[in-house]
Write a protein that binds this ligand. Sequence first.
Ligand code: SF4
Ligand code: SF4
Length: 115
Amino acid sequence: MNRVDSFECDQCGACCVPFHVPVSEEDMRTEPRIAAVVQGRIPLPMRGTGGAYHYLANGTTEPCPFHENGGRCAIQETKPHACRIFEPGEYLCQWARGKAGLGPLHPMGSFSMFV
Ligand code: SF4
Ligand code: SF4
């Protein structure tokens, strides 16, 4: 049996700045404001496939356009899949917080897991 920490996102917004945020056609259908942002942008090439994909932020020169002052997401209820599966407390969350000058996200508790 393992003990696993559980984390709750504190909406700091640190992960909305330094990462690539890819969006799908489904994301654009769900949230038309995403489609409005990516419209007119040249999609980035998908390595090794010949395809291309749209993105909200490229992780280098521009933060996500839905990242509001104070860290809140302007489309919290309809944010893209990539954002919905981002795990609070995981390495990338903690890394982004450090890069933003924030302290680590602490676990709310822990639970037992049989492996
Ligand atoms: S960096 Fe972590 S705690 Fe901050 S908003 Fe992203 S997932 Fe939540
Ligand atoms: S859509 Fe929202 S949660 Fe996703 S990167 Fe942009 S501001 Fe952050």
